[in-house]
Ligand binder design. Structure first.
Ligand code: UDP
Ligand code: MG
Length: 316
């Protein structure tokens, strides 16, 4: 029978974790009883450098329940790396993997459905939200815009599917073979291929604790998503540059004309405008090039994506 590993990234989740582990534990036990997964199945919580009692809670639960285990990062490495770290560390302990956030905003009742789909032969099962009732209008609107933009620049993503998904062992193997430091899972998983399915569910509001994804981090993730998969922004700058050059030719004709009809003093405002405009475009262009250069810099250093300080999996 297949061993299921549920990977749960957790950063400062002392408030939500005890309840979430109870709920996930019940789901897992249910699946074991129904003989849908092996009794060697596990929940692996990844403590992503929390500053609160998250790791203590994980240790406590792992002592009490044989099916709960955890790994402890040496510091905060971010959500994506926590998921990757969890998958890496538990790869040998499972045949099928499900990743889910610690706050259980995602519907845990989808987990058995994901397992059914896996048994039917799907290697990847995406959990996607059917509506965004619980989000603010701003988050809904920005998310929609983001998916549209990503599609336009050629990054295939499953709309409204975050990191609640099932992946088979062989997909995880492929995933871990992507050596880039800056792995944007939502973009990479569809690129791997293999039979996949989407299951829709309603996403709840966070009950306990607060979001660890403030707007700044969300924008960071979106920007990483774009720049890790596409050089479209650089093409955009090129187009902008060409356009500006064209405009400057028109300006040349215009100023020459003004000169001949004797309006030379005027034009101060147009010069001011052009200086600022061209200056702005140059700065945007430079910063985008710099951004990619920075990515190359970070990738060539090939530093570890995460550092594991304690690993309860290997102790059991
Ligand atoms: N998380 C993490 N490292 C971080 C930030 C978040 O492991 O640096 C975890 C967090 O504990 C949660 C998941 O990632 O399990 C998603 O975070 P959150 O629920 O705060 O995001 P939101 O649902 O608000 O987008
Ligand atoms: Mg959440």
């Amino acid at each position: 029978m297949n061993r299921l590993v549920i990977v749960v990234p957790a950063y400062n989740e002392e408030e939500s974790l005890p309840k979430s582990l109870g709920v996930l534990g019940n789901i897992l036990q249910g699946l074991v009883k129904q003989k849908k997964v092996s009794d060697l199945s596990k929940i692996v919580v990844v403590n992503d450098g929390s500053k609160d009692k998250t790791w203590n809670i994980i240790e406590e639960f792992s002592k009490k329940y044989s099916y709960i285990s955890g790994i402890n990062f040496s510091r905060n490495f971010g959500h994506q790396n926590a998921v990757i770290g969890g998958l890496t560390a538990s790869r040998n302990y499972g045949d099928v993997f499900i990743t889910i956030d610690a706050d259980l905003q995602d519907d845990v009742n989808v987990i058995p459905k994901m397992i059914d789909a896996f048994d039917q032969g799907y290697d990847v099962v995406y959990g996607a939200r059917n509506e965004r009732k619980t989000d603010t209008r701003f988050k809904r609107w920005t998310a929609e815009l983001f998916y549209k933009l990503m599609n336009k620049i050629g990054v295939e993503m499953v709309p409204d599917a975050a990191d609640f998904r099932l992946t088979s062992g062989r997909v995880v193997d492929q995933l871990l073979s992507y050596k880039e430091r800056n792995l944007f899972l939502r973009g990479i998983v569809p690129k791997i291929g293999f039979p996949s399915k989407v299951i829709y569910y309603e996403r709840k509001e966070r009950e306990l604790g607060e979001s660890k994804y403030p707007l700044k981090k969300m924008l960071g993730l979106a920007w990483d998503g774009i720049t890790s998969f596409s050089v479209a922004p650089m093409h955009f700058v090129l187009t902008l540059g060409l356009l500006t050059t064209l405009i400057s030719f028109l300006m040349l004709i215009y100023t020459a004309y003004q000169y001949f009809i004797g309006h030379t003093i005027q034009g101060w405002s147009s010069i001011m405008v052009s200086i600022w405009f061209i200056g702005g475009i140059q700065l945007i262009g430079l910063s985008i090039i710099g951004e990619y250069l920075g990515k190359v810099f970070n990738e060539t250093k090939a530093r570890p994506r995460f550092i594991i300080q304690d690993n309860l999996l290997d102790k059991k």
